[in-house]
Design a binder for this molecule. Structure first.
Ligand code: NAD
Length: 272
């Protein structure tokens, strides 16, 4: 006996899907049969992901909007759903940012830094999720996944605003699950561990990355495809009883007793 996940006939949107984790989630949703709207602010990157999905026989199109512009971001989601003939089944809110590479100790963070990180993580997630939920509620339900971070389970120095903004997404996810459950909408969050994206390559030198990896019980980073496969499972009917959860895919990093401190802000910043 084998178990297959088939998302054929389901319409999905993934925000920030032109690179990194979002692009891989988009690819795996398409591999499972979903029609995928690949959202990003960068046209070339979103188009590249659409081309790679098409080359594998999947169905995808690009949606371009800057998540920092509330109105055009929400309008892009509304347009996408119109393109789906009004039915949105799956939404992954992946846009998020760490801010500058070395934000510094908590005592030194200014209002601009706090507002930027809360805006670019919590607010963008809340706005896209609300737009998606309005469409799902009008058509009998759907599934929403918010992308959080392992940082919310094991706080690290120099990451106060990023960690707090992502932790707020965990709470938002639970509130959404409570509010939207009666309308047939499930809402969960995933927490990636350290995943070797372009951004992570930029801010960590190899030595620090290897030290982070060595501190996890599985002694490995999180691979892109693992986040893609996890997302496919969580949005599928196999997970139909799961809502309001934060699912960690972090090689057990939340249990690490000997996690290395993030580099000093004078040298580099941290990502988790
Ligand atoms: N990489 C990690 O180790 C890690 C760990 C935990 C959580 N996360 C979270 O995963 C998510 C994806 O991270 P990533 O490392 O893949 O990032 P990334 O920088 O590799 O990719 C993010 C994508 O989002 C797009 N984007 C950024 N700002 C945008 C905006 N304002 N409007 C539209 N598109 C925008 C970018 O163009 C890019 O294509 C983020 O929410 C991040 O906080 C990452």
């Amino acid at each position: 006996m084998s178990i297959e996940i088939d998302l054929s006939g389901r319409n999905a949107i993934v925000t920030g899907a032109g690179a990194g984790i979002g692009s891989e989630i988009a690819r795996w949703l398409a591999r499972a049969g979903a029609r995928v709207a690949v959202h990003d602010v960068r046209v070339e990157k979103a188009s590249e992901v659409v081309r790679s999905i098409s080359a594998e026989g999947g169905d995808a199109f690009a949606v371009i909007a800057d998540a920092r512009d509330d109105d055009s971001f929400v309008a892009a989601i509304d347009d996408t759903v119109r393109r789906f003939n009004g039915k949105l089944d799956i939404a992954v809110n992946n846009v998020g940012m760490y801010g500058e590479a070395s934000p510094g100790p908590f005592m030194t963070l200014d209002g601009e830094h706090w507002r930027e990180l809360v805006d670019q993580n919590l607010v963008v997630t809340a706005l896209s999720a609300a737009a998606e939920a309005r469409h799902m509620a009008a058509t009998g339900g759907g599934v929403i996944l918010n992308v959080s971070s392992g940082e919310t389970t094991r706080p690290a120095p120099f990451m106060a605003a990023y960690g707090a903004a992502k932790a707020a997404i965990n709470h938002l996810t639970q509130t959404m699950a409570v509010e939207l459950g009666p309308q047939g909408i499930r809402v969960n969050a995933i927490a990636p561990g350290t995943t070797l994206t372009e951004k992570v390559r930029d801010v960590f030198d190899d030595e620090h990355f290897q030290a982070l990896v060595a501190a996890t019980p599985l002694q490995r980073p999180t691979e892109f495809d693992e986040l893609g496969r996890l997302s496919v499972f969580l949005v599928s009917d196999l997970a139909r009883c799961i809502t309001g959860q934060l699912i960690l895919a972090d090689a057990g990093a939340f249990l690490s007793r000997n996690r290395p401190s993030n580099p000093s802000p004078r040298n580099s910043g941290g990502v988790s």
